[in-house]
Design a protein around this ligand. Structure first.
Ligand code: GDP
Ligand code: MG
Length: 163
């Protein structure tokens, strides 16, 4: 089975950093050119003995507030349609924002397994955000640090259960 895993979440939570971490190449849109919209990008991911297609979502960073929610919804729905498993990412350092809560509601309604990732959880600054993440109703958050490569074995365990 070649599973497809979509990474969703509001801008700046670390989706592209996670994508790069799992693909092992600088492919994602961390430094996307402003104004250039490329909403989804697939890559070949590996995590331990798991192989899967990972889809990064981007292109929202330059949207203003009024259009952000609408575009995020469309993009989220499109990414989810093609995915077997969804990774819903929040920034544990920022805590749960209204936009996170809004999209968690979208994610809760989909007929796909959703794994909640509390990113930027290295050190202690993410601890309150990890507890807040339970309020999203997406189950137990998996603390990770995409930048530092922490928590990936827990992500592995969570993905294995869904494949
Ligand atoms: P995206 O908009 O969700 O794709 O987020 P990016 O991957 O572009 O990352 C946004 C910012 O968060 C960048 O400055 C990253 O370096 C930073 N970042 C990503 N992952 C981590 C992490 O695990 N820890 C910390 N402290 N920063 C991170
Ligand atoms: Mg990105």
């Amino acid at each position: 089975m070649n599973a497809t895993v979509a990474i969703i979440g509001r801008p700046n939570v670390g989706k592209s950093t996670l994508f790069n971490r799992l693909v092992g190449k600088r492919l994602a849109l961390v430094d996307d050119t402003p104004g250039v919209t490329r909403d989804r990008r697939p890559g070949d991911a590996r995590l331990g003995d798991l192989r899967f297609t990972i889809v990064d979502t981007a292109g929202l960073e330059d949207a203003d507030k009024a259009t952000l929610a609408g575009r995020m919804r469309k993009q989220t729905e499109e990414a989810i349609q093609d995915a077997d498993v969804v990774l819903f990412v929040i920034d544990a350092r920022a805590g749960v924002t209204p936009l996170d809560a809004h999209f968690a509601e979208v994610a809760r309604k989909i007929a796909r397994p959703v794994i909640l990732l509390a990113n930027k959880a290295e050190g202690r600054a993410g601890e309150p955000g990890i507890y807040e993440a339970y309020s999203l109703g997406l189950g137990e958050p998996v603390p990770i640090s995409a930048e530092h490569g922490e928590g990936l074995s827990d992500l592995y365990d969570a993905l294995r259960e869904e494949f």
